[in-house]
Design a protein around this ligand. Structure first.
Ligand code: GDP
Ligand code: GDP
Length: 473
């Protein structure tokens, strides 16, 4: 589980700028759900060794009469979902009416809030910060979101109290270590130099035996696509022990189950098992819940409603899962009772819109009647096996040589980019590291060719793979 941070403040104080900075390395992760969340934007942040989910709220204008309504409609949910609120103000403007209104609101809520005075670049930061103590929310943290100044210190401060609850928040940054082969020998390059790899990612999971671990399977999708029906169908066919996890509405329900002698933990984002316990007025669907479930899963079943056009929200969810490196199986639900022509039309539409995830298996199912549900699990197994298979340096290097033989890298300024060898960089998702000379000059098209070649040759289905290039010395 990752902690959730909400950015609130009036317009123009720099919330989007900070949001973009925090999510920079994985900006494609931004899941924008128009219609569902109004003006909130969700992203996964990976900044200075911290990982967390960040919510950017639209600005609160603070015209006095409207403030409560506006807070309610825009930022309340975000604040409610968050562990920490970063209340942003503009260091150059001093306290405004809107700032005061927001501060008063935050003081009433028992949510940990930090006042962040942005845009301290080029001004007297201390004086500017001092002004904002009057907001009555404690220390004021000066930052320049546009340049990154002060951001690390702010996160350090805001996250230290959360470390115990969220041990995953901190990504340890360790020194590179020498790469060793299957026999434990240090691998060297052509010039006899030791190859170093990043232990934070490279082979970090080498010691894990995935075959004995329960497979965490998240069922995600927009409201009403049939997630609850699917989960009930899956559980109805199996003997399960269901237990309720205490927690807030943003928590999914984790259901252990066994199927074909394999242990699973079903991550239920629809929360059906809690029936009777949840407040009826609480939205069944929560973006945070969905993002957390994806983060926590090994494999994601993305459920799409065959009777609705594929929406941007569907694509966003799938995109989020892929960027998070999760294996994915797509279930097109409500396939029952459709005419042949209608089905063909839907298939064409899916082909057109799901091109970016063409390595994921597509299943046409009816959760209501149970058709196709069993086959889903074959693809889940296949995706997980693909994501965790071990491949030796020798084999990867052989595949690289085959790929290069079949199709040489292009000449760059009269010289050919030289690709020397490949090794595994990690699993789940698979990462392949290719060493060579002038690799930064490899065109994107050739990088894609190599990625596809590895995918085909290794028979990797249902999981994104990452091919990275390193300059050898
Ligand atoms: P939002 O409406 O709160 O999301 O604010 P934006 O992120 O859109 O920023 C509003 C304006 O402030 C933009 O013109 C930004 O370029 C500017 N801005 C944001 N952060 C900084 C900063 O650290 N220093 C300065 N000087 N300008 C900033
Ligand atoms: P959730 O919000 O994603 O959990 O969706 P539900 O499982 O609550 O289903 C929403 C609606 O779609 C309900 O009325 C279900 O009966 C219906 N539904 C779910 N699966 C199917 C299906 O396979 N076929 C048909 N025709 N309706 C379905």
């Amino acid at each position: 589980m990752l902690p959730v941070v909400a950015l609130v403040g009036r317009p123009n104080v720099g919330k989007s700028t900070l949001f973009n900075r925090l999510t920079r390395t994985r900006d494609a992760l931004v899941a924008d759900f128009p219609g569902l969340t109004r003006d909130r934007k969700y992203g996964q942040a990976n900044y200075d060794g911290f990982q967390f989910i960040v919510i950017d709220t639209a600005g609160v204008h603070g015209d006095e009469e409207g403030i409560d309504a506006e807070m309610a409609s825009q930022s309340l949910r975000a604040i409610d979902e968050a562990d920490v609120v970063l209340f942003m103000v503009d260091a150059r403007d001093g306290i405004t009416v809107a700032d005061n209104a927001i501060a008063e609101y935050l003081r009433k809520m028992s949510k940990k809030s930090y006042v962040v005075a942005n845009k301290i670049d080029g001004i007297d930061a201390n004086a500017a910060q001092a002004d904002f103590f009057e907001l009555g929310l404690g220390d004021v943290y000066g930052i320049a979101a546009a340049h990154g100044r002060g951001v690390e210190q702010l996160l350090e401060k805001a996250f230290t109290p959360l470390l115990e609850t969220y041990p995953d928040i901190r990504v340890e940054l360790a020194e590179p270590v020498p790469l060793v082969d299957e026999d434990g020998n240090v691998v060297v390059d052509e010039a006899g130099e030791t190859i170093y790899v990043d232990p934070n990612q490279d082979l970090a999971h080498d010691e894990i035996d995935y075959s004995t671990l329960p497979l965490k399977l998240a069922i995600v999708g927009r409201p009403n696509v049939g997630k609850s029906t699917l989960i009930n169908r899956i559980l109805g066919e199996e003997r399960v022990v269901v237990y309720d996890m205490p927690g807030t509405t943003r928590d999914s329900v984790y259901i252990p189950m066994e199927r074909d002698e394999r242990q699973y933990i079903l991550i239920d984002t629809a929360g059906v098992r809690r029936r009777g316990k949840i407040d009826e007025t609480i939205e069944k669907f929560s973006v945070i819940k969905t993002l957390q479930a994806i983060e926590d899963a090994n494999v994601v079943i993305a459920v799409i409603d065959a009777r609705e056009v594929v929406s941007d929200q569907d694509l966003n969810l799938i995109g989020f899962a892929l960027n998070a490196g999760r294996s994915i199986v797509i279930a097109v639900n409500k396939w029952d009772g459709l005419s042949h022509d209608h089905r063909e039309e839907i298939k064409r539409e899916l082909d057109r819109r799901l091109g970016f995830v063409d390595f994921a298996r597509l299943h046409f199912i009816s959760a209501l009647h149970g058709s196709g549900v069993g086959n889903l699990f074959e693809s889940v197994q296949e995706a997980f096996a693909s994501a965790t298979q071990r491949v030796s340096t020798a084999k990867l290097t052989r595949i690289l040589e085959m790929a290069v033989d079949e199709h040489q890298p292009p000449l760059v300024s009269g010289r050919r980019v030289k690709l020397k060898y490949a090794h595994a960089g990690g699993y789940n998702p698979p990462r392949i590291i290719i060493h060579g000379n002038q690799v930064e000059r490899l065109p994107g098209s050739y990088q894609r060719y190599l990625t596809n070649y590895f995918r085909k040759t290794l028979g990797i289905m249902g999981t994104p793979i990452k091919v990275e290039f390193r300059e050898s010395v």
